[in-house]
Design a binder for this molecule. Structure first.
Ligand code: G3P
Ligand code: CA
Length: 230
């Protein structure tokens, strides 16, 4: 089972920061997940649309300049750009980039090619996901070699078919809506199932027993231990 350090090792360090990503590597996470927004054409790693709550800033993140964001922090840690995170991880793990904000697909296309050409990432190491399925489909149309993953926050009747039609690598599902049926339907389409966000050992073992292919965990080391791995 593939374990993604969710927003980096966010159980131990401020989420979506370089510190959380470095810690994920230290904990030998095979994969990390992060969220991006478009700020002045640059992809910035941050979860919420608004700055308050997760940082010491205020307002919608995409209405700010990069220079303004540089002055802010997430519990003492800077808000990184996606490029800074990709440089730090240096193709040492799988990176799931969630296109969170609006207009993130276009800058992601350019960054995807740069990450492969300049940092040595392989297409197998970059997984682009989003709740915004049109943005994801557009990304796949322009970067056909890319692995993409639709996110579902609920369970429509045709959840697996959506992923199959999009030629998705994986379908990302909320743990609240997981069922054996959707796992089997996705697998029948040749699509993997990754489930968010799971930190309870019993839950992780139950998902493994259902054939779920991966989970997003805030404590990736504990998730691994729950599966009996060192
Ligand atoms: O990508 C899985 C998960 O991160 C989606 O939910 O709100 O944590 O971005 P959220
Ligand atoms: Ca996310």
């Amino acid at each position: 089972m593939l374990i993604f350090a969710h927003r980096g090792a966010s159980g131990y360090a401020p989420e979506n920061t370089l510190k959380a990503m470095a810690l994920a590597l230290e904990l030998e996470a095979e994969a990390v997940e992060l969220d991006v927004h478009n700020v002045e054409g640059e992809l910035v790693v941050f979860h919420d649309r608004r700055l308050e709550g997760k940082s010491n800033g205020k307002g919608l993140i995409h209405r700010h300049t990069l220079a303004e964001l540089e002055k802010l922090s997430v519990r003492g840690e800077p808000i990184p750009t996606l490029w800074q995170v990709l440089e730090l991880l240096n193709a040492r793990c799988i990176v799931n980039i969630e296109l969170k904000g609006i207009h993130t697909g276009e800058p992601m296309k350019a960054l995807y090619h740069r990450a492969v050409a300049e940092l040595g990432y392989s297409p197998e190491q970059l997984l682009i996901s989003s709740f915004n399925h049109p943005e994801l489909a557009d990304f796949k149309a322009d970067v056909p070699e890319a692995r993409i993953a639709p996110l579902l926050g609920s369970l429509p009747l045709d959840g697996a078919a959506i992923a199959g039609q999009m030629q998705a690598w994986s379908l990302h599902l909320d743990v609240s809506f997981i069922s054996q049926t959707i796992v089997d339907q996705a697998h029948a389409m040749g699509v993997k199932v990754y489930v968010y966000t799971v930190d309870d050992g019993d839950d992780i073992r139950a998902l493994a027993a259902m054939g779920v292919d991966g989970v997003f965990a805030n404590y990736p080391d504990l998730a691994r231990k729950a599966l009996g791995e060192p």
